[in-house]
Ligand binder design. Structure first.
Ligand code: KIV
Length: 290
């Protein structure tokens, strides 16, 4: 009998307690798309911490521990400098905080591109040390043999084509892809190759709408868009972007909250309470037992 553990999410001081919650599976996500159609769109968000995973879990089919954590959490300028150790630490935290969603961990730059064997060693370590169900890797046709190698050895893979941020130095920026016919044809070929190699889902980032539509129709697995229009089988956003943690976001991001402003207001209220000595109040003080 397997046991899933849940936390009392009302407190940061809780111990895990057993609870029988069934996690979604990789085949269940792949099976969402039938004969080119996805009746129930795949809902995916990034998560980097256990607490955020707890909050997002019941709303999401998949949680992505994206290497965007390099910028979002660590203040790095690109994802190129993200390490495997960072991905494993945050991947394990997100698995601990979630009970239902399929957790996918990004393979960071430089840990999988050299050979299928290098990718297998990295992906196996990620799954073993985090408990995640799958890995995601960026790249097109040239990575197809690697995807095939991993899938044949029991490692579920999510592909990522179009705008691939780990290649920012080669691409020269984060602009939308597929505006020229040649570039669109290349990205479509990449998508076909990665899907044919066995990826169970494909993230398509920052491409023009007609190309996203073509990719959705061309591959059997669910296409999860980010900046790739509503033509996709599902959507993913960086959690901090959609919560409104940053002032500037790409055009495709919808901000569902203004968390940065609310944090600013809360921090200001706290600072004022400390300075005026109105915090802590009587109810917030320990007293000796009478
Ligand atoms: O790292 C990440 O967050 C991602 C998403 C943008 C898809 O790859």
């Amino acid at each position: 009998m397997s046991t899933t553990y849940t936390l009392d999410t009302a407190t940061s001081r809780a111990h895990p307690v057993p609870e029988p919650v069934r996690r979604l599976t990789v085949p269940a996500i792949a099976a969402r798309k039938v004969a080119g159609q996805t009746a129930e769109p795949v809902v995916m968000l990034t998560a980097y911490t256990a607490r955020m995973a707890q909050l997002l879990d019941r709303h999401c089919d998949m949680l992505l521990v994206g290497d965007s954590l390099g910028q979002v959490i660590y203040g790095l300028d690109t994802t190129v400098r993200v390490t495997l150790e960072m991905m494993i630490a945050h991947g394990a935290a997100v698995v601990r905080g979630s009970y239902r969603a399929v957790v996918v961990v990004d393979l960071p730059f430089g840990t999988y591109e050299a050979s299928p064997e290098q990718a297998f060693a990295t992906a196996a370590r990620v799954l073993r040390e985090t408990g995640a169900a799958a890995v995601k890797l960026e790249g097109g046709e040239v990575l197809a043999p690697t995807v095939r190698f991993l899938v044949a050895r029991g490692i579920p893979v999510v592909g990522h084509v179009g705008l691939t941020p780990q290649a920012v130095n080669a691409l020269g920026g984060y602009g939308a892809r597929g505006r020229s016919e040649a570039e669109a044809a290349k990205i479509l070929g990449d998508a076909r190759a990665i899907a044919a190699a066995g990826a169970f889902a494909l993230v398509v980032e920052g491409v023009v709408e007609p190309l996203a539509r073509e990719i959705q129709g061309a591959v059997a697995c669910p296409v999860i868009g980010i900046g790739a229009s509503a033509a996709c089988d599902g959507q993913v956003l960086v959690i901090d972007d959609m919560l409104g943690m940053f002032e500037r976001v790409p055009r495709f991001v919808r901000r569902f909250d203004s968390l940065a402003e609310r944090i600013d207001a809360a921090a200001a209220a706290y600072a004022a309470a400390v300075r005026s000595r109105s915090f802590p109040a009587e109810a917030e003080i320990y007293r000796p037992k009478p």
